[in-house]
Ligand binder design. Structure first.
Ligand code: GLC
Length: 421
């Protein structure tokens, strides 16, 4: 039925002599092989439907991408029909997005992780379809840990010791560029993710709790950030203060780091034919903050949404459904280790053969820790920015965690007007 309606629409669309400016446009991320995978998916849909699609690549930094989208949407521009949006944006961008449930039925949506469909449903409107989901994980060099007779760390304190020992021993052995640990500490959304994992894994909460109360000023959060700031210049280079995902991957993949915090996409690239660390990588859950802490991993991931200002919402919704379908997600999971948003794909033999930790870390993905975007709504970008500024100051040695976190607590409380966001 849907196909028939779409075919009729296509006849109209194509019959009306599609001008260059009238084709569909989709924004895709360009991290690692993201753009290439998006292009391939879009090309298959185009050849099936005959509708030309233009791909617009966007900045790698989630924070910069958000600013760009806000500008485009505020001007009600029809330049982008389909937007790739972060898991923390549906609440803020919802007024500019169409309700996809008009085109994508419950029979389809019920196959996806319920938490993601709930996350993307704002005031009863399904404003985006989950495309891929992620959680932060720990990458380590299996060969180096074996060589130095270590088992993979389960606490951050162990990681610190192992990283320091191997880094220094390797440097003495002539590998002068070796680093112990690389992660994302540039002042942007990525640092919010990393720092929330440190804090949460120490039992220090997630910045704002489910009731909307700001919780960041607590001893566990301070201890977590103190440990993280001790890494800079010890097991992590000063330059990490300017690293995003790709810069960390660059260092790790060229063989110059023992540990890396990153998202799952780095697995496929690290094991690519030309990768110097191919076959030498292990992936486990991020460490606990000491014996009393727990494993944590922040929920990340991207959704596809259709702009309210699109001239072709039905076609755009069809492309969204195609790109987020089982077959496309399987292709992306096997070729690029992009985590599916359809749970049954985690039992698919081809998917598990390509990325074994999708099976071993399934629970980490299912229980990934959400950033407080739902509760803080429109204010999330501001809350996150205040958090990463404060953490960046602590890591850069400008302030101690014991000074920065009470200040941040007060600032966020002022923003929240007593828990009302
Ligand atoms: C990844 C995650 C996204 C997060 C971003 C931060 O792209 O999927 O959710 O906001 O990293 O850098």
């Amino acid at each position: 039925m849907r196909r028939m309606a779409l075919t009729l629409l296509l006849v109209w669309f194509c019959g009306s002599v599609v001008a260059e400016s009238e084709r569909l446009a989709i924004s895709c991320g360009a991290l690692g092989v993201e753009l290439q995978l998006c292009q391939q998916g879009v090309d298959s849909w185009s050849s099936e439907t005959g509708v030309p699609v233009k791909i617009i690549s966007t900045p790698n930094s989630a924070s910069e991408r958000f600013a760009l989208y806000q500008q485009i949407l505020a001007s009600r521009s029809s330049d982008i029909d389909i937007l790739q949006i972060d898991v923390v944006w549906p609440g803020t961008l919802a007024p500019h997005l169409i309700d996809l449930s008009r085109y994508i039925g419950e029979n389809t949506t019920r196959q996806y992780f319920t938490t993601l469909i709930t996350n993307n449903t704002i005031d009863g409107r399904l404003v985006a379809m989950p495309w891929f989901t992620v959680a932060g994980v720990l990458y380590y060099r299996k060969d180096l840990l074996e060589q130095y007779a270590y088992t993979p760390p389960t606490t951050w304190q162990q990681l610190t010791r192992i990283a320091r020992h191997i880094q220094n021993a390797e440097r003495e052995a002539g590998h002068s560029r070796m680093q112990g640990f690389v992660f994302q500490a540039k002042g942007y959304e990525g640092l919010t993710c990393d720092a929330l994992e440190w804090v949460d894994s120490f039992g220090g909460g997630t910045l704002v709790n489910h009731q909307g109360e700001v919780t960041i000023d607590n001893p566990q959060a301070i201890a977590a950030l103190e440990l993280a700031s001790s890494w800079i210049g010890d097991i992590a280079p000063q330059g990490v203060l300017n690293y995003d995902e790709e810069q960390s991957r660059g260092v790790f993949q060229s063989g110059n780091a023992v540990f890396m915090r990153n998202w799952p996409y780095a697995w496929a690239l690290g094991n690519a034919k030309d990768s110097p660390v191919r076959g030498k990588i292990g992936v486990i859950a991020l460490p606990r903050g000491g014996k009393l802490g727990h494993h944590s991993g922040v929920l990340g991931g991207w959704q596809l949404a259709v702009s309210k200002y699109s001239k072709y919402p039905q076609l755009a919704a069809d492309l969204v459904q195609y790109l987020t379908s089982y077959a496309e997600q399987k292709r992306r999971a096997t070729a690029g280790s992009y985590n599916p948003t359809i749970p049954v794909l985690y039992q698919d033999a081809d998917v598990l053969a390509a990325t074994p930790f999708f099976g071993t870390l399934y629970e980490s993905f299912e229980n990934a820790v959400a950033r407080p975007s739902r509760i803080t709504g429109d204010q999330y970008a501001r809350v996150s920015a205040e958090f990463y500024y404060a953490v960046h100051d602590v890591l850069a040695g400008k302030k101690s965690a014991a000074v920065a976190l009470p200040q941040l607590q007060r600032k966020l409380e002022r923003l929240s007007r007593d828990g009302q966001w």
